[in-house]
Design a binder for this molecule. Structure first.
Ligand SMILES: CC(C)(COP(=O)(O)OP(=O)(O)OC[C@H]1O[C@@H](n2cnc3c(N)ncnc32)[C@H](O)[C@@H]1OP(=O)(O)O)[C@@H](O)C(=O)NCCC(=O)NCCS
Length: 337
């Protein structure tokens, strides 16, 4: 156990997206929709679709391997693995256990999933941080990996145009340097609104049956308008509350990295915070909503583009089924070696 106060920072990130791209033009041959409708209502032009046998643990393992390599480490250096997913490979065992085996992580480390839908990555970051600050774990992998294409009803135009597949991983490390890495955080949930975005069957309450399959109850269903309304309010409030908690003004934040749900949600949140869209990077156009993978995908892209600099304050914020939400303020840290 450590007696000094430890900070936890993101040492490296890695992502993986499937090869196959599904465009709006292709979708408009499958359901009654159009490129114009999808783009203007959501900002999405295309999304990636995982192939058969390309599961969240496969995509997550590839993303995680990149993060480990970028950090100049090996799988043996990882002390903890948390996978955030709403589309696990199977109901059990956890996707984290499959990923551990695929990556060749050590066997003396905890590996488990966090289920918080699109807020999963933000939830998992906080769980990892709290475990690491005890001093028991020096390095952790937090992976968001999703295969939404497996739970989407491809005949339901109100949902199938919005989602995509992919994975992103963050390699976290502890340091004794103060005021760096994950600074402040807020997590919340409202199970009274679970039905706004859910999957009705396939779990123990309603196991898959011929009837449930016929009625499409194993598919994701959503009240889009209500989800939209909650998402804007809760994401804006979460940002404001975390900033207040950390005594930071929104002008001091270099980048807001929001869960990529819908460009109109991001615009409304930015406007409520009085922040320009130039500080709200988005990759919705190319990936759609990839749930727990969307924040690491957006973060990696901003980092790859050279936008994120040592010392930058970054506010990540998410909202998803549950309902769940979360926000984390972090100071980007690139240790000198
Ligand atoms: C789903 C969403 C894009 C719909 O946008 P909207 O502006 O609210 O659209 P509406 O639901 O009012 O639908 C308007 C019309 O378009 C139709 N429509 C819905 N999907 C369509 C599609 N893919 N193509 C063409 N028309 C479509 C509707 O049937 C409706 O037709 P009607 O007026 O004849 O009934 C929007 O509500 C949304 O993004 N919600 C949040 C979803 C989300 O981000 N979920 C994940 C959160 S983590």
């Amino acid at each position: 156990m450590s007696s000094v106060e430890l900070s936890v920072f993101i040492r490296a990130i890695g992502v993986h997206t499937p090869e196959r791209t599904l465009t709006n033009a292709e979708l408009s041959k499958m359901v009654d929709t159009s490129d114009e409708w999808i783009k203007t209502r959501s900002g999405i032009a295309e999304r990636r679709i995982a192939g058969p046998g390309e599961n969240p643990s496969d995509m997550g393992a590839k993303a995680a391997a990149k993060a480990i390599a970028r950090a100049g480490l090996t799988p043996a250096d990882v002390d903890l693995l948390i996978v955030a997913t709403m589309t696990p490979d199977v109901p059990f065992p956890s996707t984290a256990c499959f990923l551990q085996a695929k990556l060749g992580l050590r066997r003396d480390i905890p590996c488990f999933d966090v289920s918080a839908a699109c807020s999963g990555f933000v939830y998992a970051l906080q769980v990892a941080k709290d475990m690491m600050r005890s001093g028991s774990y020096r390095r952790a992998l937090v992976v968001g990996a999703e295969k939404l294409s497996s739970v989407v009803d491809w005949s339901d135009r109100t949902t199938c145009v919005l989602f995509g597949d992919g994975a992103g991983a963050a390699l976290l490390e502890t340091t004794t340097e103060p005021n760096v890495g994950l600074l402040g955080n807020l997590l919340g949930a409202d199970g009274n609104n679970a039905e706004l975005l859910h999957c009705a069957a396939g779990g123990s309450a309603a196991p898959a049956t011929a009837d449930s399959l016929r009625d499409g109850k194993h598919f994701l269903r959503m009240n889009g308008k209500e989800v939209f309304r909650h998402a804007v309010r809760v994401m804006a409030e979460s940002c404001e509350r975390v900033l207040a908690k950390c005594d930071v003004k929104s002008e001091q934040v270099a980048w807001f990295i929001p869960h990529q749900a819908n460009i109109r949600i991001l615009e409304a949140v930015a406007s409520q915070l009085n922040v320009g869209m130039d500080r709200f990077p988005s990759n919705l156009e190319r990936y759609g909503n990839t749930s727990a993978a969307s924040i690491p995908l957006a973060l990696e892209e901003a980092w790859q583009a050279g936008k994120i600099k040592h010392g930058d304050l970054i506010l990540i914020v998410a909202f998803g089924a549950g309902l769940t939400w979360g926000a984390t303020l972090l100071r980007w840290h690139e240790p000198t070696r």
